[in-house]
Design a protein around this ligand. Structure first.
Ligand SMILES: [Fe+2]
Ligand SMILES: [Fe+2]
Length: 470
């Protein structure tokens, strides 16, 4: 186990002191990062003491320390999972050969692009969420938001380390640009559409952490398989932190469902309007938020048919999540049937890996749906929450712009446009959800639209004062 050196300016377990040039370059980037945090991070909470976890080792048992920290003083550092002795490439045309400790010249620009695209999402989500502190439904939730924010900041550090350490001058320039693009900026937006969507309410935050952070999980899992070993080790440790982000999403939505069912019981009705009038999120509105964020996140996997996915896999740069669970790791000569608007197409498996990933992602998404539907069923209601078809509302791939309903059926365009308001949040739905966003910060108290969590953080009580506001 390698422990983390906290005496240094940049906590790390990569022996930064032994590489003065790299250390200086990163210490030069650090004030720019802090400045970005100050300007684009959570607004108005810089003086608050927040009960946060900080990574102190990459050991599976006890990798984190919990304590009160002011966010600008958070110790963002560089932590890689321990190396695996004699690690070999696990897939693609170079399967069985030793993994790479340096970037092979022919893959340099592609690998850099993959790392920059991943890196861009991390600060983007912090920017998207920067106003949410003002409308938190509880102090517990406020703390969780900030925990996610500082860890996304650390994930940016993780990618910037790779850029600085392995991509020379180009990498340093990319690292600077990661702080210059901003979510939703008209001139310099973030790279991926989902990370430019405005986020003005906590229901969106829970959906984002459920669906979009889960896309993150799948991207990290596929990089964890990479033949480029420093990328693999970096992503393996990031996955440890990512689990909490999805936990916030899954339990957040569970708590909304729970509270809504309570309101339905209290007022003896499943009428959405009654639920709304009593300050709840009615289930049809929740369904629309699920449709919106799920379909937006599905685009992040890329086109169903992709020559990039083929070359990234064949070269060993990016594997499938949980690569060892598959039987064939080379995939030459394999094909798959894909449904496109023009009908079934036989496609080389290598070119369909984005779709393979998207399918396993959707299976993972089903887990929460089952839990929420069990709650609804036990409460005696017929409605069931569902995931939209992966063809619905796509803007990338063969289904991009094709009018399709949430079940994946092609319908006339005018019908699609008419019914879109039934499937994703309308202005009225958004206005209602926004009207519920009133800040609650008394320890242990919850906003009326969400049930309390089952337990607190790190074995503390739910009513613990997780954030000291001064
Ligand atoms: Fe992240
Ligand atoms: Fe995350």
């Amino acid at each position: 186990m390698s422990s983390i050196n906290y005496a240094e300016k940049i906590p790390n377990n990569v022996n930064l002191t032994n590489d003065r040039t790299l250390q200086r370059a990163l210490e030069h980037w650090q004030p720019a990062f802090r400045n970005w945090w100050h300007e684009m991070g959570p607004t108005d909470f810089e003086k608050a003491d927040v009960y946060l976890r900080t990574a102190i080792s990459v050991d599976a048992q006890g990798w984190a320390h919990y304590g009160n920290v002011k966010m600008p003083d958070y110790r963002w550092g560089i932590f890689l999972a321990d190396p695996v002795a004699d690690r070999r490439i696990g897939f693609g045309d170079q399967m069985g050969q030793p993994v790479w400790q340096q970037v092979p010249g022919e893959y340099r620009s592609t690998l850099r692009r993959l790392i920059v695209t991943q890196g861009d999402t991390e600060p983007a989500s912090v920017e998207q969420q920067r106003m949410l502190g003002h409308t938190c439904p509880s102090m517990y939730d406020l703390r969780n938001l900030f925990q996610i924010n500082v860890e996304e900041g650390r994930h940016l550090w993780a990618m910037v380390y790779l850029l600085h350490a392995y991509f020379g001058r180009d990498g340093r320039e990319e690292a600077e640009e990661l702080l210059e693009r901003h979510s939703g900026d008209a001139d310099k937006p973030r790279i991926l559409t989902t990370f430019n969507e405005p986020m003005t309410d906590w229901l969106s935050l829970y959906c984002f952490t459920y669906f979009t952070d889960r896309d993150g999980k799948y991207q990290l899992k596929s990089f964890a398989e990479s033949a480029f070993d420093p990328l693999s080790r970096t992503c393996r440790f990031m996955l440890t932190e990512e689990a909490h982000h999805m936990f916030v999403g899954e339990t957040g939505i569970s708590r909304v469902v729970k509270r809504t069912l309570e309101l339905m019981k209290e007022h003896g009705t499943d009428d959405p309007e009654v639920v709304r009038r009593h300050g709840g999120v009615d289930l049809p509105t929740l369904q629309k938020y699920l449709n919106f964020w799920c379909s937006s996140s599905l685009d992040l996997f890329g086109s169903e048919i992709s020559s990039n996915s083929a070359s990234n896999f064949a070269s060993g740069m990016k594997g499938r999540p949980d690569e060892t669970t598959y039987e064939d790791h080379v995939l030459r000569g394999k094909t798959i049937q894909l449904a496109t608007p023009e009908g079934e197409q036989e496609v080389p498996m290598l070119n369909a890996l984005n779709e393979v990933m998207r399918e396993s992602y959707l299976k993972d998404c089903e887990i929460g749906l089952k839990r929420w539907n069990r709650m609804i069923e036990r409460a005696g209601h017929d409605l069931r929450l569902t995931l939209p078809s992966s063809r619905f509302r796509r803007s990338i791939g063969p289904w991009a712009g094709v009018p399709v309903d949430t079940h994946g059926r092609m319908i006339p365009r005018h019908e699609y446009e008419q019914r879109l308001e039934d499937w994703i949040p309308s202005e009225r739905d958004r206005a209602h959800v926004l009207s519920l966003m009133q800040r609650v910060i008394e320890p242990g108290k919850m906003a009326g639209w969400i049930a309390p969590p089952e337990r607190g953080i790190n074995n503390l009580a739910v009513d613990y004062e997780y954030v000291h506001l001064h």
